[in-house]
Design a protein around this ligand. Structure first.
Ligand code: 13P
Length: 249
């Protein structure tokens, strides 16, 4: 049995004061809930507040991106060891918005994954097709390519903390959700790619999350699907009540 991981991706929302408000309300709502792993990924400037607030709870905190170098003249970037130094344990890598707006490629995703794993972070590597690719029947090709290149030259031993998120881009922030069946098909394919890269046993234990308009109303149906090992939640994670309802689907 794979323990499900429910992660919040706040994207570019909330400042430290709003982060405080969120956790003040959210922590009591999920007190004692240990069936699933809970991770909140706020903007960088909120990480410190978030980490202070979750101290003594079962909740973990992650970043939304990371650079692959250890240090240097890279204005605006954050190194893996900077995240671990403040107690950050998780990091989202290759989110479709980074691919779409900030020049993230399959190769930079691979570099970031390697760096995150090297530093003991749990990377949540995102893959997913855009609408035109789905409509052109290219979903499988796209997912295969994204996985193959993301996993390239990483050993199973190094990859042990890896988590993958399937986020069909057409379902992000649109209110359109992949049906549990559609998501399950994609997850089977991703698991197959993980088996090729890291072996069957690794793939069997790999957690593959679904992301794209996950809401309290559809969380139960999605999470009941055996292939779906958790959720990466955008919009609905900003409100403590709705994120808690998803966690407790
Ligand atoms: P929404 O839940 O707002 O569709 O966002 C999904 C997402 O991109 C999570 O990373």
């Amino acid at each position: 049995m794979r323990k499900k991981l429910i992660a919040a991706n706040w994207k570019m929302y909330k400042n430290p004061a709003q982060t405080k408000e969120f956790f003040r309300d959210f922590i009591p709502l999920v007190a004692g809930h240990d069936r699933d792993e809970i991770v909140v990924c706020p903007p960088y400037i909120d990480l410190h507040s978030a980490l202070e607030l979750i101290n003594g709870t079962q909740i973990s905190v992650g970043a939304q991106d990371v650079y692959w170098k250890d240090e240097g003249a890279f204005t605006g970037e954050i190194a893996p060891a900077m995240l671990t130094a403040i107690g950050c344990t998780h990091v989202i890598i290759g989110h479709s918005e980074r691919r779409q707006y900030f020049g993230e490629t399959d190769d930079t995703v691979n570099l970031k994954l390697k760096a995150a794993l090297e530093h003991g972070l749990t990377p949540i590597a995102c893959v997913g097709e855009v609408l035109e690719e789905r409509e052109a029947g290219l979903t499988e090709d796209v997912l295969r390519r994204q996985c193959m290149r993301a996993f390239s030259s990483i050993s199973a031993r190094k990859a042990s903390k890896l988590v993958v998120a399937y986020e069909p881009v057409w379902a992000i922030g649109t209110g359109k959700t992949a049906t549990p069946g559609m998501a399950a098909d994609a997850h089977v394919l991703i698991r197959g790619e993980a088996a090729k890269a890291f072996g069957e046993a690794f793939a069997e234990a790999l957690r593959i999350l679904y992301g794209g308009s996950v809401k309290p109303e559809n969380a139960t149906a999605l999470m009941s699907e055996e292939e779906i090992d958790g959720a990466l939640v955008g919009g609905a994670s900003l409100d403590p009540k709705s994120f808690a309802a998803i966690v407790k689907y």
